[in-house]
Write a protein that binds this ligand. Structure first.
Ligand code: MN
Length: 727
């Protein structure tokens, strides 16, 4: 790259005179002197004196035809950043407008930009717009960036890459958004050159070839249109126009084409017809369409429907001479200026033929509509600039995490909103907040550009007071949720205490109640989901503790009754089994002596029995053939008479040995039941020789009853043996 021409003050002043003839430029001259002194001795990487940079920036701003304070600010834009100069001094010497612009530019350069900026590029752009209260801040920043990009070759490689990427992702779109087309194109092509040098070089060569090849064709069409304009009496210019390299590159990418397939892109070069009046645009369109066949679907009327950045034009693509496609753009001089200069075009031109009120009406222009409205209210075009307080995104603030992540929050948001935006737990435990390194109250209103740091503490809990100032619905709902949960816990604890007190009055405890499986049932009987809900209801006073305790006592009593009844029944059954009902034992004429049955031989009424006089436990009845009798004192053996009445029952054990086959148990138990005997125990074993042994304890009224059972069993097919067991 050739050594850049160093801009001199006179270049700037001359440029200003060209669009502001007779303007008072003393502020610019003063700014020049001041900047020269402030930057004295500083040198750029290029080896040039540092002052060359602010001079170039100011010159770019004058090329954008901006006002005097903006150009002065361009000269001063790096003084606060890079020298000992303070903003107060600038304010004192150059006034609020210049100082505010310089301050805005300085703030932007202090923003922490992450290396992975592309993720948040859109937010960043929005933030820049929102931050610059005055659009001129952005314009100075863009001019600054343009000059830095033009001199990027002097930067070390890694910085080049970062700066070029940032330019492509933030500043070029910003220029586009503001409608400054020439700036966008130059920023994009410079970025493209540094980011993809090889693609850039090859594409440039190829495009040159295409342009050279089509030159004659373009000239032919140009002269045809010019001739027609003359015939129709329309004053206008016909220009050749070329797409800039990066937009061709993007178009190739979008269509998955390689650079070798460049010939497939028909609109690398095209024509632009520029006329005086809007109605002439449509006249020219008619002429073009009468000359060549338009391609359907390619006609765009951006005059009636301008782009959001104010761009207005007619676009059409026709099949030109030789069957070659060609795009033609038709617009007025005003529209052409806006297309190139965008928002900057408004700085100096009052006559507003550029945007009609009707085009603003249908919301197509969103934020610009508001600017235009504002502009209409002002008589003096200069006031337009002065009053152009940026109100593009009034509902949002853009703040940073200490790591450089951008969070977008509604205007009026506080550190608590920010904390909840990061994470619910960070919100819950947000104890303190630092903004730009300084502690701020938790209800501090966040400003765009703030770097916010949240200090959490495990002790900290959400407070009801927070609800008074948080802005985001996320924070609100999280806090409410937490408070509700916390209240529940508090009420729960209160409910427990109340209940425990009440239970103790009736010599019970709450924990005994909670351990009781009936507790859940009782909760449900009060229509609560579980015991916890029941306790919470007591805490809230929805039911009284007395109500609950009473219900519990009632349940207990009911259960006690049930238990009593059950026990009674069991006892009765026991009696039935063991007390043998109305029976007597007589000994030598003495009736009703105390007796019990021996365990060793399980005598049944009907068995031949003898009595044995025990010491203190009455008489034990043994079967006469009980083997144990041999071990007993013969002197104590006595004859007895054992009489039984109806309903008495005794237990006897029998073994049934059968072949092992299915259904045997059913047959056996059927046979037993047929005699109206109860089976008290049943056990089945399979023996080693594949036989089944059933071990039963049955309830019978006497020996005859048992004999009947045993006979029945012996009738069953497969039963091998039936025997009475005595133990
Ligand atoms: Mn700078």
């Amino acid at each position: 790259m050739k050594k850049a021409y160093i801009v001199r003050l006179s270049d700037i002043l001359d440029q200003i005179q060209s669009y502001l003839p007779g303007a008072d430029t003393r502020l610019v001259e003063k700014a020049y002197v001041y900047a020269a002194r402030a930057h004295a001795g500083q040198v750029r990487r290029s080896g040039e004196p540092y002052l060359s940079h602010p001079l170039s920036v100011a010159y770019i701003l004058s090329q954008m035809k901006l006002d005097i304070p903006t150009i002065a600010a361009g000269l001063l834009h790096d003084t606060v950043e890079d020298t000992n100069v303070t903003i107060d001094e600038i304010r004192h010497l150059f006034g609020d407008t210049v100082a505010d612009i310089v301050d805005g530019v300085t703030k932007i350069s202090h923003l922490p930009v992450k290396s992975k900026v592309h993720k948040q590029a859109e937010n960043f752009r929005k933030m820049l717009l929102a931050m610059a209260e005055d659009l001129r801040v952005i314009l100075v920043k863009l001019a600054d960036r343009l000059h830095n990009m033009r001199t990027l070759e002097f930067m070390p490689e890694h910085k080049r890459q970062r700066i070029a990427r940032e330019t492509l992702e933030i500043y070029a779109p910003l220029a586009s958004r503001l409608g400054i087309d020439w700036l966008k194109r130059e920023l994009e092509d410079l970025s493209f050159m540094y980011l993809y040098p090889e693609d850039y070089r090859r594409l440039r060569e190829e495009v040159e070839k295409v342009v050279a090849a089509r030159q004659d064709f373009i000239e032919e069409v140009k002269s045809i249109i010019s001739q027609k304009l003359k015939e129709e009496g329309i004053e206008g210019r016909v220009l050749g126009r070329r797409k800039h390299l990066y937009s061709i590159f993007r178009k190739l990418q979008r269509n998955n084409l390689s650079i070798d397939q460049l010939y497939l892109i028909y609109d690398i070069i095209g024509l632009r017809v520029i006329v005086k009046q809007i109605k002439e645009c449509y006249q020219v369109l008619g002429i073009v369409h009468s000359l060549w066949k338009p391609i359907p679907g390619r006609f765009k009327d951006y005059i009636n429907l301008p782009k959001p950045n104010m761009y207005q034009s007619l676009h059409t693509t026709v099949i030109g001479p030789g069957g070659r496609q060609m795009e033609i753009q038709i617009r007025t001089e005003d529209m052409d200026r806006v297309a190139n200069e965008g928002i900057a075009a408004h700085w100096l031109y009052k006559e507003d033929k550029i945007i009609s009120a009707s085009s603003v009406k249908n919301g197509q222009l969103d934020w610009l509509a508001r600017l235009v409205e504002l502009q209409k209210e002002l008589q003096n075009p200069r006031d337009f600039i002065e009053s152009l307080r940026m109100d593009l995104f009034p509902e949002e603030v853009y703040v940073f995490t200490p790591q450089g992540d951008i969070k977008v929050l509604p205007r009026g948001s506080t550190p608590i909103d920010f904390a909840y935006a990061i994470h619910t737990e960070v919100g819950h435990h947000c104890a303190r907040a630092k903004v730009n390194g300084r502690l701020v109250p938790l209800d501090y209103e966040l400003q765009t550009g703030d770097i916010v740091e949240i200090v959490t503490s495990s002790q900290q809990k959400p407070s009801r007071d927070w609800l008074k100032f948080v802005k985001t619905s996320r924070a609100k709902s999280r806090i409410k949720q937490w408070l509700k949960q916390e209240e529940k816990q508090r009420i729960f604890a209160a409910g427990r205490e109340i209940l425990d007190r009440e239970f103790r009055k009736v010599k019970l405890t709450l924990s005994a109640f909670l351990d009781d499986e009936r507790a859940e049932e009782i909760a449900r009987s009060f229509s609560f989901k579980d015991v916890d809900e029941l306790i919470i209801a007591v805490g809230y006073g929805k039911i009284t503790p007395q109500q609950l305790v009473r219900r519990y006592l009632l349940e207990q009593k009911k259960d006690e009754k049930d238990i009593e009844a059950e026990e009674k029944e069991i006892l009765q059954r026991k009696r039935k089994y063991h007390q043998r009902g109305p029976e007597t034992v007589s000994v030598e004429g003495t009736k009703d002596v105390l007796f019990h049955l021996s365990k060793c031989c399980k005598p049944l009424p009907g068995d031949e029995v003898v009595g044995y006089i025990t010491r203190g436990r009455g008489i034990t009845i043994h079967r006469a053939d009980c083997p144990n009798l041999e071990n007993l004192d013969p002197d104590r053996l006595i004859d007895i008479k054992w009489e039984t009445g109806d309903g008495a029952s005794y237990t006897a054990r029998i073994w049934v040995i059968t072949v092992d086959r299915k259904g045997m148990l059913a047959s056996i138990s059927g046979a037993i039941s047929a005699t109206e005997a109860n089976i008290l125990e049943a056990e089945l074993k399979t023996t080693q020789d594949k036989k089944a042994l059933f071990n039963f304890v049955v309830e019978v009224s006497n020996k005859a009853h048992l004999d009947r059972i045993m006979n029945n069993l012996r009738q069953i097919e497969g039963v091998i043996r039936v025997e009475r067991r005595f133990a």
